[in-house]
Design a protein around this ligand. Structure first.
Ligand code: NAI
Ligand code: MG
Length: 491
């Protein structure tokens, strides 16, 4: 590791301890080792960061030509690429996410800055046909100051996915990383400064949700909040944002259905079914945690899954051969354990896994065995609630309507997948499933150019794609009377 660790907040271009002098400890969930003590920001620090972001918005950032803004963002992408190996290792050590995944994250993080860097001068409005002598045009204007609150599961990708489109659209940003994983967002701030981003354009305030996060969500100097995290906190953010009627994007939890028909390529479907719920230990909002299998192949398909699970390698996240790393914290591990308890108590049949793994893994880490429950009904807790751990719930279906009924028996609506070789069915089903993204004969593919967002209690607003940047703008309409048409009454 050659990157130096940053542990202070980044406010107005300067590395700043918390006003209170307080710090909090951040760990390596794979080993339990302490990585650093980081500034614990609170209301006072957030106020300073928001004020700096406002000055930067009113000053240098709005004065830069859109094309030049794009050049700056693409420079940040290059610096992310130049430091990719170190940043991947940093996120792996801080988040317990396997290095095979964080290496891909780094490609995505740089692509996000490149993609949005290319959009800065392409967020066009419209000229609308109106009666002669008038014109009506629309302009995409930035909100102003954006507050971004992100979770711990994909720390750097989440930071980039908020910062890049917000900056591309002309906003300034105050970013609060998750308290579990503050480190890579601070390095991102350093790279932004190195790229030449003016002071105050991106500020990073590490700290806890109830303090720094809540202060940011309430701050009336913030024009828009972009949040990714639990539905429970999403509700609190909506309330906090109501004070000054902030713009809002919420990317919340999920309980994605993954539907496998008997006519599918079962080998591919099995690979997909395992990857979606066990990669990153199931701590992914888009994970296909409800496997909905056609009854005629149910037992054979389960057999195929169990056989393959035996070949999954669990261990130290920085080992490149590891598939499944460590859960983020002891608290998360206990949460997953309690869900397994509920699954058993409510009549689920434990097929494999079911508990923490302690053999041949570092003693201080939080490892959990890939777990499969069969005989699950849609009312059971493990079928309804987001577990955020390596726990798969299997439900059997008979016929297309039954599959749809089970798939839609959730308050969430983030993603879904369907596996079938029937072309008609592959075209029909995505339209009947309530979810923001539906994959057919594939799963969990994301691309920076393709918008994604939640339906139902998975939230609203889109990220990625052109839509992702438009979400950081407000539409303004400008009418002009250029023929001196008379106005109002001839009084
Ligand atoms: P969380 O929703 O509490 O945390 C996400 C972010 O929100 C963090 O930055 C946190 O500091 C902040 N936050 C927490 N309380 C806040 C408040 N009152 N005001 C403003 N910001 C606040 O998620 P947590 O506790 O880490 O995980 C609990 C569960 O949430 C997980 O088990 C999982 O089910 C779900 N979750 C979903 C995620 C997703 O990607 N959709 C990501 C993380 C968690
Ligand atoms: Mg929480």
């Amino acid at each position: 590791m050659t990157l130096s660790l940053r542990t202070n907040a980044f406010i107005d271009g300067a590395w700043t301890p918390a006003a209170s002098g307080m710090t909090f400890r951040t760990y390596n969930p794979g080993t339990g080792e302490v990585l650093a003590d980081v500034a614990a920001c609170d209301r006072e620090d957030v106020n300073l960061a928001v004020a700096a972001a406002r000055r930067a918005f009113d000053g240098p950032w709005s004065a830069i030509a859109p094309t030049a803004r794009g050049t700056l963002l693409r420079q940040i992408a290059s610096l992310i690429r130049a430091n990719a190996a170190d940043l991947a290792l940093l996120d792996t050590r801080n988040a317990g996410r396997p290095i095979r995944d964080t290496r891909n994250d780094l490609v995505r993080a740089a692509d996000i800055f490149d993609f949005y860097g290319g959009l800065t001068d392409k967020l066009r409005g419209a000229t609308i046909p109106v009666p002669p002598g008038y014109s009506a045009i629309t302009i995409h204007e930035p909100y102003g100051v954006v507050g971004a609150i992100i979770p711990w599961n994909l720390p750097l990708v989440m930071a980039c996915l908020k910062a890049a489109p917000a900056l591309a659209a002309g906003n300034t940003v105050v970013l609060k990383p998750a308290e579990q994983t503050p480190l890579s967002a601070l390095v991102l701030a350093e790279l932004c400064q190195e790229a030449g981003l003016p002071d105050g354009v991106l500020n990073v305030v590490p700290g806890f949700g109830e303090t720094a996060g809540a202060a940011l969500a309430e701050n009336t100097g913030v024009d828009k909040i972009a949040f990714t995290g639990s539905t429970e906190v999403g509700r609190l953010i909506m309330q906090a944002a109501s004070g000054n009627i902030k713009g809002l994007t919420l990317e919340l939890g999920g309980k994605a259905p993954n539907i496998v028909f008997a006519d599918a390529d079962l080998e591919m479907a099995a690979r997909g079914a395992l990857f979606t719920v066990f990669h990153h230990q199931g701590q992914v909002c888009a994970a296909g945690t409800r496997l909905i299998v056609e009854r005629s192949i149910h037992d054979a398909f389960l057999g195929l899954l169990v056989e393959k699970i035996g070949r999954i390698k669990i261990g130290l996240p920085e080992d490149p051969s590891v598939h499944v790393g460590a859960l983020i914290s002891r608290e998360q591990l206990e949460r997953v354990e309690s869900y397994v308890g509920k699954g058993l108590a409510e009549g689920g049949r434990l097929v494999t896994g079911g508990g923490a793994l302690r053999d041949k893994v570092p003693a201080g880490g939080h490892y959990f065995r890939p777990t499969v429950f069969a005989d699950i009904a849609p009312e059971m807790t493990v079928a309804r609630e987001e577990i955020f751990g390596p726990v798969l719930s299997v439900l059997a279906f008979d016929g297309e309507d039954d599959a749809i009924r089970l798939a839609n028996s959730t308050l969430y609506g983030l993603t879904a997948a369907v596996w079938t070789r029937d072309a008609g069915r592959a075209a029909r089903l995505p339209r009947r499933i309530r979810a923001g993204t539906v994959w057919t004969n594939m799963i969990n593919m994301m691309n920076v150019a393709v918008p994604a967002g939640g339906h139902g209690q998975s939230g609203f607003g889109n990220e990625y794609g052109i839509e992702g940047a438009e979400g950081y703008t407000r539409l303004k309409t400008v009418w002009t009377n250029f023929a001196e048409h008379p106005v109002g009454w001839a009084l």
